[in-house]
Ligand binder design. Structure first.
Ligand SMILES: [Zn+2]
Length: 353
């Protein structure tokens, strides 16, 4: 005869199994909580989509400038670049050697790559005067791309962008020491100008957001072109910024990459070089070579940096290979050695906890 009702011992077994499975589920949830989530931040240097890059996009399409780097850009959780061109139809060139603009539709090139934030604090955002700045901001505001470092007044130019990715809150501020005449004022459009060494301004700017974010990034367009190493003044200022509470310094302006320093377990990229452009290549300094910098972080710390060597040619950035790859890796190892930074032959920096 088949028993339709469970016996006492069956009930006991069922209760025991239920408790056991609850304990197991509870434990695995605890483990998940303990292994804190990470995100990958992608950083690139100067990105100039004007002139010949603009023309090439017209014939080869919006994704052309990214070459075979595109999937790398799209896979990161947060990507930040320095935008070296305006997006404008304006013809109101200001008086200077190079004035860069791309047609506003070329913002799609940034969108395709999933760029999250661009720094506008640099020596090109006012190349077509205030009109060009305003159209660039309007163009970006019509997309989901955030911008830092310039605006219709000082308050907007120095305002941080705060984004949350995988439960990690990141703040970004943009500065430049280029073009002091373009500095934004209380009622004047312009850039978030900073004099290298002015730590009081940095402290003041980060005071309000430091405690509201897990990670704070400063993107800074600083120093002269084609400088191979940061001067002691720049090194000291970078240290002061980290001491004040900054986690990552994303430097650019030299057009060539400089050494990397891990200072108090924080990251200083003194210069990230050129990312994509149509610039003349210096045969010695090789401004066509640099990296896509991948920074893996969790809520509390920077865990690892992966340097992806890149090469610009024909208005396009691609993964560097062969001799280019080897020379780029050995150059960054050499430039970073004086800071005590160890970079392996695959371009990885492991942070010591
Ligand atoms: Zn520049």
């Amino acid at each position: 005869m088949i028993r339709l009702l469970p016996t006492h011992s069956t009930i006991k077994i069922v209760i025991f199994m239920t408790i056991l499975s609850l304990v197991i589920i509870g434990k695995s949830m605890q483990n998940q909580k303990q292994s804190s989530p990470t995100i990958v931040i992608g950083l690139g240097g100067d990105t100039m989509l004007g002139r010949l890059v603009n023309d090439t996009i017209n014939t080869k399409g919006y994704k052309y400038p990214w070459g075979n780097l595109l999937p790398y850009l799209q896979k990161t959780d947060l990507t930040i670049l320095n935008l070296e061109n305006t997006f404008t139809k304006s013809t109101k060139k200001v008086s200077k050697t190079f004035n860069f603009k791309a047609d506003p539709d070329k913002v799609k090139t940034l969108q395709i790559a999933g760029i999250d934030v661009v720094n506008l604090a640099n020596n090109h955002i006012l190349d077509f005067d205030i009109e060009g700045l305003e159209e660039t901001i309007k163009t970006l505001d019509n997309t989901d791309i955030y911008h830092v470092g310039a605006g219709s007044n000082l308050e907007k130019a120095h305002k941080a962008v705060v984004l949350t990715k995988n439960d990690i809150i990141i703040g970004i501020i943009g500065y430049t020491d280029n073009e002091p005449g373009w500095a934004a004022g209380p009622n004047k459009p312009g850039i978030n100008y900073i004099h290298v060494g002015d730590i009081a301004t940095v402290k003041n700017d980060i005071a309000n957001i430091r405690n509201n974010v897990d990670l704070l990034i400063i993107s800074i367009h600083w120093g002269p072109n084609m400088r191979e190493k940061p001067s002691q003044q720049f090194i000291s200022f970078a240290h002061q910024m980290i001491d004040a509470g900054v986690d990552i310094i994303h430097g650019h302006s030299a057009h060539i990459f400089q050494g990397i320093e891990i200072y108090k377990n924080k990251l200083i990229l003194y210069d990230t070089g050129d990312f994509v452009d149509d610039y003349r290549v210096d045969p010695i300094l090789r401004n066509d070579r640099s990296f896509f910098y991948k920074v893996i972080i969790d809520k509390k710390s920077i865990r690892q940096i992966q340097l992806i060597p890149t090469l610009i040619s024909n208005m396009q950035v691609n993964l560097a290979s062969g001799k280019d790859y080897q020379e780029i890796i050995s150059r960054i190892q050499k430039l970073s050695a004086p800071f005590g930074t160890v970079i392996n032959n695959k371009g990885t920096i492991e942070l010591v906890k």
